[in-house]
Design a protein around this ligand. Structure first.
Ligand code: SF4
Length: 449
């Protein structure tokens, strides 16, 4: 079994002669899969040696418990088992693969896309009683929230979490809400139900909670209960416009960078975007800061995307004067400002597809996606901005061994690693998701295979 570093390095070499990547960001990722998966140092699921947020020490998913027999299987045997199980299950099974998954997993996916596209894609397969989500925990939760009651959502490895999602937990957000309620003078327990805005036209709430899709189900439910909404990286601007029509300001979590980049593009000054640090009173702000605030940014980030820097962009421009730089809005603001374009994974995919043959494109997002785009467009020079190979290490935890084990379970009538969101949480989370869909209808654009 080759390490992730070897696989990515060989993929990068094959797909682009101009790749700058030569080393990995984390030596742990050079370990064989099962050694890596059992590492006691596993933090909240981040890439690099990301510290577990002090306020959420228990948010970390337990490492997977894959039976030894599956750990010992050859690639050929795992492949044969996955193919046989897919055949046996037929239309009763749909496999979803996130853009950031390794190629050995994407090869088996019926749909490839971002988290929300994939959750929606599952709805197009009404006969599927099993939805196997090859992504991370919050994605499987969203699929379960949107799925029918008789559908089962499976996450092949329960250790596949998301460090960004773990950075905002329900307790810290509830505590922040109570502090904000005191500052702004509202009842923190007031429920703003699904029809509240229609029944109270023109009334503006003091603060609207907005959660990025990359958050746990309890926070989506929190937004559902308090007049809030969910956003994706594709619709963040439309969602903020929706929120500003209904509230004086926004509490945006967990990703500070998506919030800041989006609000800045809408003309909100940085001085009106205080950061909320959950470990400090009033998030580390004064009442005056909060009075003036338009967007209160939670102190969260994606450890994969925060690695991108303006120095990398300068180096890419120096090496390739005609290069176009496109980055994800989870990158820090100076990087987004220095890029030629910034947007969701779907925007990046289209940016590359629409570029003229012969174009040179440097991309600031997860390396598995970059390498796949490079392989799909051999007429263009495509490379990752980061000279260090840094995949999302929790996505990496979905290995064909886990996929084979969960699929074998389905054939035997066992639901292994099922993700089941509490019905009350799901009901409220659905309200926040439905507000998003009403504000920003999203066509299904993830690729079916
Ligand atoms: S790339 Fe970042 S936001 Fe996405 S799953 Fe990995 S850690 Fe979470």
């Amino acid at each position: 079994m080759t390490s992730v570093a070897e696989r990515i390095a060989s993929s990068a070499t094959a797909s682009t002669a101009h790749s700058l990547a030569t080393t990995t960001c984390d030596t742990d990722l050079a370990e064989p899969t099962w050694v890596f998966d059992a590492l006691p140092t596993y933090g909240p699921g981040a890439s690099v040696a990301d510290p577990i947020p002090a306020e959420t020490p228990n948010a970390t998913r337990r490492p997977g418990q894959l039976p030894l027999a599956y750990q010992k299987m050859s690639e050929e045997e795992l492949h044969a088992r996955i193919v046989a199980a897919k055949e046996a299950m037929g239309d009763r099974l749909v496999i979803l693969g996130h853009y950031y998954q390794r190629d050995e997993i994407v090869a088996y996916a019926d749909f490839v896309g971002d988290s929300f596209q994939l959750a929606n894609a599952a709805l197009t397969r009404p006969d599927a009683e099993a939805i196997v989500f090859c992504g991370v925990h919050f994605m499987a939760e969203t699929a379960d929230i949107l799925a029918r009651e008789d559908q089962h959502v499976i996450l092949p490895n329960l250790a596949a979490g998301c460090s960004m999602a773990d950075m905002a937990d329900e307790e810290s957000v509830e505590a922040a809400w109570e502090e904000l309620a005191e500052v702004y003078g509202f009842d923190p327990a007031q429920e703003i139900d699904a029809g509240w805005f229609e029944r109270n036209p023109g009334v503006k709430l003091p603060v609207i909670p907005v959660t990025y899709m990359n958050s746990n189900a309890a926070l989506k439910a929190f937004c559902g209960r308090h007049g809030g909404i969910v956003c994706t990286s594709s619709n963040a601007r439309t969602v903020l416009e929706w929120a500003f029509e209904r509230g004086e300001r926004v509490l945006f979590f967990p990703d500070q960078h998506l919030g800041r980049n989006t609000a800045k593009a809408m003309g909100v000054p940085l001085t009106q975007m205080p950061m909320w640090n959950p470990r400090k009173d009033l998030g580390g702000n004064t009442e005056a800061d909060l009075d003036a605030a338009r967007v209160i940014l939670w102190h969260g980030f994606c450890s994969v995307h925060k690695r991108f820097t303006t120095a990398q962009i300068d180096a890419a421009r120096a090496a390739h004067p005609d290069v176009q730089v496109v980055v994800h809005p989870e990158c820090p603001m100076p990087v987004v400002d220095a890029a030629d374009a910034a947007g969701s994974t779907e925007l990046i995919r289209r940016f590359v597809a629409d570029a003229a043959p012969g174009s040179t494109i440097a991309i600031g997002t997860e390396v598995n996606m970059v390498n796949r785009l490079a392989a799909q467009h051999p007429d263009k020079t495509i490379f990752c901005l980061d000279p260090v190979i840094c995949p999302c290490s929790t996505m990496y935890r979905i290995h064909p061994g886990y996929l084979a084990w969960t699929l074998d379970g389905l054939v035997q009538g066992e639901w292994r690693n099922e993700i089941h969101v509490d019905p009350d949480v799901a009901t409220h989370a659905r309200i926040a998701l439905e507000r998003m869909l009403a504000a920003a209808p999203q066509p299904l654009t993830g690729g079916a295979r």
